[in-house]
Design a protein around this ligand. Structure first.
Ligand SMILES: *Cc1c(COP(=O)(O)O)cnc(C)c1O
Length: 410
């Protein structure tokens, strides 16, 4: 079988998806960034510098941990966990922030801006900016600022200015629009660090490249530990950066199955979810914030309201490369609802002594609920994208609400 072409075309198309669907004013910054990124990508000195900071500062390589009790309990496959939760700042996001901040320095930009939803990408970017002594502005919806006060405090402590966005739903989508506006105005000395494999070219490619360190390490580690490739890779999918980072180095290993888990919220029937690939009430092909991909929209193309217990999965569009992998049948996508995600959170805590992020808990819930789909010769690598300390209040509130509901029902 022919080798999968893993890079998009010159305009950033992954098959029919991706591209650069932006107003004229954004074309110049995007073209400059594309040019500079391709130069950096080929430059061994840049790659060496990035590896240095990933090792010395981020704490890479992260372990590929054999989950002994989980394996025993489920009694089906052997499960390994790629421990991105052990990265500095607690999630995979810093792999991308570090790469982009280094690129900005190389381009001579002194000011860093970013959007953030739950605040994890804002914290990772503010961290890299602080380490290099750069000015940093983070755009965040006002609703999210209330929900994620702890992360606002962390970003401010790191020296970043957090700008509240009051437009629309006052969440991630509006924060991205505001960051793009700032970028167009200040592009001469500003770089915009986008936080997932989303948006216009070159972001989906660039973010995927920076996150692919996850899959490259995992591939090496599993070969060393087990002497063979995994049968399955499993990751949660928000914008899709941790998943594509794990999947990408295995794309041409056709025998390796890939499963992406989206946020099912209250379930596809309710319409309150972020399962872009769900067959019922899922997304349709459209354009959101510069890229063509699966988007949750109504019949008039209005973007739908989304819901998930985990803020990091709560977005109406998915990275364009995932849309292509889905069409080709190279990866399979499924979803897990809020209730199961909290179950996944509890189960991993109790079985392995690891508090996962609620985003990550979706991937684990899928496995806990579908253990019988795996056989005893299967070897499963799961991406543990982040730690759950940030979510303990959210989980506690969710449980309190459930308890109240069941008291009323009883
Ligand atoms: C942001 C986040 C995600 C979702 O983003 P992707 O780009 O889909 O990876 C998943 N897990 C954690 C821990 C996050 O912080």
């Amino acid at each position: 079988m022919s080798k999968l072409s893993t890079d998009p075309d010159r305009r950033g198309h992954f098959g029919p998806y991706g591209g650069m669907y932006v107003p004229e004013t954004l074309m110049f910054p995007l073209e400059e960034l594309t040019r500079e990124y391709f130069r950096a990508r080929r430059d061994p000195a840049f790659r060496k510098q990035l590896l240095y900071y990933l090792r010395e500062y981020v704490g890479r390589p992260t372990p590929l941990y054999f989950a002994e009790r989980m394996t025993q309990e489920l009694g089906t496959a052997r499960f390994y966990l790629k421990r991105e939760d052990l990265c500095h700042t607690g999630a995979h996001k810093i792999n991308n922030s570090m790469g982009q901040v280094l690129l900005a320095r190389r381009m001579g930009k002194e000011r860093i801006i970013a959007e953030t939803g739950a605040g994890q990408h804002g914290v990772a970017t503010a961290t890299a900016a602080a380490m290099f002594g750069m000015e940093c502005v983070i755009y965040m919806g006002e609703m999210d600022m209330q929900r994620q006060a702890l992360n606002v405090f962390r970003m401010q402590s790191l020296g970043a200015t957090v700008v509240g966005v009051t437009a629309g739903q006052r969440t991630l989508k509006e924060a991205i629009s505001e960051a793009m506006r700032d970028w167009v105005t200040n592009v001469r000395h500003t770089h915009y660090v986008l936080g997932s494999a989303l948006g216009a070219h070159p972001y989906p490619l660039m973010v995927r490249d920076f996150q692919s360190v996850i899959g490259r390490e995992a591939r090496r580690q599993i070969l060393k530990k087990e002497g063979r490739l995994p049968t399955h890779l499993i990751a949660c999918v928000g914008g899709g950066s941790n998943a594509i980072g794990l999947f990408h180095p295995f794309l041409n290993d056709r025998e390796v199955k890939m499963i992406g888990v989206e946020a099912g919220g209250f379930g596809p029937k309710s319409g309150l979810h972020a399962a872009r690939f769900a067959t019922r009430n899922g997304g349709k092909v459209g354009i959101l914030q510069g890229t063509k991909t699966f988007v949750l929209q109504d019949r008039d193309g209005q973007i739908k309201l989304t819901h998930s217990v985990s803020a990091g999965l709560d977005y109406a569009a998915v990275g364009p490369e995932h849309s292509l992998l889905r069409d080709m049948g190279r990866a399979e996508y499924t979803y897990v609802n809020d209730t199961d995600a909290v179950f996944g959170f509890d189960r991993l805590c109790q079985l392995e002594g690891i508090l996962p992020a609620l985003e990550t808990a979706h991937a684990f819930a899928y496995v806990f609920r579908n253990a019988r789909r795996f056989g005893k010769d299967d070897l499963v690598v799961m991406n543990l994208s982040g730690r759950g300390d940030k979510d303990v209040q959210q989980v506690a509130a969710w449980k309190a609400e459930q308890a109240t509901k069941s008291r009323k029902a009883g």
